[in-house]
Each structure stands twice: as C-alpha cells, then as structure tokens.
Design a binder for this molecule. Structure first.
Ligand code: SF4
Length: 262
C-alpha cells in the first residue's frame, strides 16, 4: 500500500524528451570542449596524459577526437583553462570525422549532405522502430544505459521504439564493444539478416574506435566501422540513455541535429 501512495504522490516521472528538454540529460559528461584561447600554448604534456591519444596537437589549434575520448578528465585536471566537460548528451554524429572537435564550416556542410542521404534511405522507419542490439565485446557499461531506455523514466516505447531478439524484425542495429574477433562473424550475419531499410548505430567509444583496446590483437582495428557500415556514432564511455535515444531519433530522421523534433 505505501508504494501505491508514493507512486501517486510522485506523479508522472517519464521524461518528455524529445518534445521538451530534460534537465537530467545535461548532468552527464557529454563531450570535451576546447577553449579557442589556446594559440601558442604548449599542450604536449596534456596530449601525453590522454590514455587513448584523443588529443591532436599537430594542428594550429588542438583538436579532440570524441570517437577516441573516454571522458576520463585527465586533460581537464592538467589544463582546466583550455579543456572542459560539455554537458551535452546530444553529441551523436552522422559522420565519423565530425566527432573531431572543434568542428569546421566544411564539417557542417558535409553533415547536411550526409543527413539528407540517410533521411531518404530510412524515412519509412519514422513511426515504429524495432532495434536489435549486438554486444561485440563491451565492458557492460553501454548495456546498462541501453537497458535503461525501457524503464519508466525513458520509456522509449512511448515513441514507438521496441527491442527485438530477431534481426529479421529489426530496423536499427545498436552495436556496443570494440569488435572482438569472436563476434565479428555474428555481427556481420546479423547485419545481413536485417531487412532494408536499416541503420546502424555504434554506441560508445569502444564501438566507434576500439577505445583503449584498439591496438589489441583480439579486437577489430578502429571499432566496428570497418566490419559493417555505421550510420550514427554515439561518443561517450558510456553514453547516457538520452544520448543513445538522441542517436536513434537522429538515425530515423525524427529529430534535428539540434535535438528538436522535425
Ligand atoms: S577526457 Fe578524453 S581527451 Fe581528455 S584525457 Fe581523457 S580521454 Fe583524453
């Protein structure tokens, strides 16, 4: 009986995202931001401290590859004036190169073209989306966030999104993990068994680039991108449930790159 009263007094806790922004999403470490006031600074010690070599100081201005970044915070501890966490969970991109920040004007133009091509391909999926998830050697953290999508807070069923055990019923393939060799054939077969149109989302740094394991003999080089064609890249280690939800909606063209429903 007490839980009934608690449920009534708590009211509806389900998020209204993407119709309305949700303050909780902004509390996550979404990505790394670099201050533009970095010209002429020696950041080699910061680059060396990065466990995945995500910081490139060869350019005039340093860049961070969010596809490699595991959000450990070393760069911020060493140089908090230049590097900071960006509390933005809408960090998924439709192109691997766009994960390198700060982005350029050319990046934005290329994004428009990629987005239009993907929209044409998957526009029939907008109302009801079945998802198949394949774990390709994940550490389990992404799985926690994916499973949270079906709880009462995120409740993705309200958006017509369901999970399926069969690739033949799936429209979207969520891939986690760095592509361990024992899973490569299963991943390719799952992709082949899915009907058209379909989209693939690489969830987390490991799936995008291999992360900490990308030089390991037992995983694919550079994540799962070389194994099957990836349409959306969700950085983070792990990304938040809102970040994954944003990527799903981005893949099927129901949300703009600014997180607004289209
Ligand atoms: S937060 Fe990202 S960019 Fe910074 S040191 Fe860690 S992995 Fe490298």
């Amino acid at each position: 009986m007490p839980w009934v009263l608690k449920g009534i007094s708590d009211g509806i806790l389900t998020s209204k995202y993407p119709r309305k922004s949700d303050g909780y999403g902004e509390t996550w470490r979404g990505s790394i931001k670099i201050s533009p006031n970095n010209l002429g600074l020696d950041l080699s010690h910061v680059a060396k401290s990065c466990p995945t070599n995500a910081i490139n100081i060869e350019q005039t201005h340093p860049q961070v590859d969010l596809g490699l970044c595991i959000l450990c915070g070393n760069c911020i501890d060493l140089c908090g004036d230049i590097f900071s966490f960006q509390p933005d969970f809408e960090s998924a991109k439709l192109d691997r190169d766009l994960l390198v920040v700060p982005e350029t004007v050319e990046d934005r133009e290329r994004l428009r073209a990629v987005r239009a091509a993907l929209y044409l391909r998957v526009r029939t999926l907008r109302r009801s989306i079945a998802i198949r998830h394949v774990d390709c050697g994940s550490d389990g953290s992404e799985e926690w966030e994916i499973s949270a999508l079906t709880n009462p807070i995120y409740d993705v069923q309200r958006l017509g999104i369901t999970f399926t055990a069969s690739p033949r019923h799936a429209d979207i393939l969520l891939v986690t993990g760095s592509g361990s060799t024992g899973m490569i054939d299963s991943l390719k077969e799952t992709y082949l068994q899915m009907p058209h149109p379909k989209a693939v989302i690489a969830v987390g740094t490991d799936a995008i680039s291999g992360g900490m394991h990308r030089n390991s003999a037992s995983t694919a080089k550079n994540g799962v991108d070389g194994l099957i064609p990836v349409d959306v890249y969700v950085p983070g280690s792990p990304p938040s449930p809102f970040g994954i939800l944003y990527a799903i909606l981005l893949a099927v063209g129901t949300i703009s790159n600014r997180g607004k429903p289209c």
